[in-house]
Design a protein around this ligand. Structure first.
Ligand SMILES: Cc1cc2nc3c(=O)[nH]c(=O)nc-3n(C[C@H](O)[C@H](O)[C@H](O)COP(=O)(O)OP(=O)(O)OC[C@H]3O[C@@H](n4cnc5c(N)ncnc54)[C@H](O)[C@@H]3O)c2cc1C
Length: 406
């Protein structure tokens, strides 16, 4: 049996930053990780380059977590994006900003360097890192937690659950934390894949894989009710719609939701007016040439014309009213029935998890079990792409550690 002030379960960013912060405050800390090494998800983050945070102040971050952003206010204030950058710079791995996207990466663009630095820091602070540790159960007896495994038992007055969500199970996040939290009396909001591609019925763009549209209008409908309207980038793949605008908003998809995309950046009436004017002024121009003036990719224009059963060399003056309106609808408000959202294997994060109602956002402590803390994706909170998830997890971990060591 081993005794600690804090046992952190899960070696992702949330758990690691909690362990570092608590150890700095003099706590005796153990970090338990079921994989052979900590930080497996950090290794895959940002395609191995690790997008750690985003430009902006804490207040700019709040609306990047769907409806749950305000839960993170205290955490982001206690450990802001600037503090995260400072941590890495002070430890010899400064972060660099990619201006176009607002994303921050380590200067070496290497997730391996991030994990190595974090591991070295944990070791320097005497955090006991226990890898390949398989927890059987977590019990609360008196004012102490007992972490039971098939080999050893660990005990501590404080436990922080940071086991992540259910997405990308290959890196170790298989929803174990939900079982532990539930056994300790917590409510779990049903987990769903988020930051995932969206599949539609009769997807028409198989051969256009790789084409993307910047800052287009994306609308989600439930029957005739508008659920949400956003501006974002869309990527066409072999089988589905992806890209930041789709991934970030996949959290809003419910049953019987439709996806509408405006590829051209003009409202239906504006486009319709423009094409009518062009018919009057330059009726000899082919429809294909006319559409290319909108900087649409040629392969896309050809496909749209094919779907609309319009010959690409037809002159504008030969375009019937019905076909013109069909085309305008297709380009400005292409509404498609969603068949599914990408599954947990492909989703980058998990929506749902430990209910926020039962966790104190000022301390990250459970409102039900004294000494039990949470950080990161295990909670019912998920961020947009761009570094918001790692920043959120780190901020929650730091806040939890600061609260318990006060
Ligand atoms: C492909 C991909 C790319 C991504 N890229 C980015 C990016 O560039 N920027 C960004 O901000 N976010 C990115 N994310 C999301 C981000 O990585 C996660 O949201 C973040 O890592 C969550 O941190 P966490 O602390 O909650 O735990 P996680 O990083 O999910 O780690 C949880 C840890 O707990 C361990 N664990 C699970 N169960 C147990 C158990 N029973 N006992 C012990 N340990 C356990 C797991 O093995 C894992 O190591 C990406 C996600 C994916 C899948």
């Amino acid at each position: 049996m081993k005794n600690f002030d804090l046992i952190v379960v899960g070696g992702g960013p949330g758990g690691i930053f909690a362990a570092i912060t608590a150890a700095e405050k003099g706590f005796k800390v153990a970090l338990l990780e079921k994989n052979k090494r900590i930080g497996n998800k950090i290794l895959v983050a940002g395609s191995g380059k690790c997008n750690l945070t985003h430009t902006g102040k804490p207040k700019d971050f709040l609306d990047k977590y769907g409806d749950s952003g305000k839960f993170l206010k205290e955490a982001l204030n206690k450990f802001s994006p600037d503090k995260l950058k400072e941590f890495f710079a002070d430890n010899g791995l400064p972060l660099v900003l990619i201006e176009e996207s607002g994303k921050f990466f380590p200067a070496t663009f290497s997730s391996v360097d991030v994990v190595n630095l974090l591991k070295e820091t944990l070791i320097r602070l005497n955090v006991q890192i226990v890898e390949s540790f398989k927890i059987e159960e977590i019990l609360k007896m008196g004012d102490e937690f007992h972490i039971v495994s098939d080999k050893e038992e660990y005990r501590a007055k404080n436990v922080l659950l940071a086991t992540g969500g259910k997405s990308y199970p290959g890196v170790g996040t298989t929803g174990d934390g939900y079982v532990f939290a539930k056994s300790l009396g917590h409510k779990i909001v049903p987990p769903q894949p988020a930051l995932a591609p969206i599949y539609v019925k009769e997807y028409a763009f198989e051969e256009l894989s790789g084409i993307s549209f910047q800052d287009v209008k994306i609308t989600f409908w439930k029957e005739n009710r508008k659920l949400i309207e956003k501006i974002g980038s869309v990527l066409l793949t072999h089988t589905n719609f992806s890209g930041p605008g789709i991934l970030d908003n996949s959290r809003y998809v419910q049953s019987e939701t439709s996806l509408e995309i405006n590829y051209i950046g003009l409202e239906y009436e504006v486009f319709n007016k423009d094409i009518i004017e062009s018919i009057n002024e330059d009726g000899k121009k082919t429809i294909k040439k006319y559409l290319l003036k909108y900087s649409l990719p040629e392969r896309f224009v050809k496909k749209i014309l094919k779907i609309s059963e319009i010959q690409e060399d037809i002159k504008l003056s030969e375009l019937s009213k019905i076909k013109r309106e069909e085309l305008a609808k297709m380009l400005t408000s292409n509404k498609m029935e969603i068949s599914k959202v990408g599954n947990f294997e492909m989703a980058m994060v998990t929506k749902g998890g430990v209910s926020l109602e039962e966790v104190n956002s000022k301390t990250m402590e459970s409102k039900k079990v004294k000494g039990l803390y949470f950080a990161g994706e295990i909670l019912d909170i998920d961020g947009d792409t761009g570094g918001y998830n790692i920043q959120g997890a780190c901020s929650m971990g730091v806040l939890a550690a600061k609260s318990m060591t006060k």
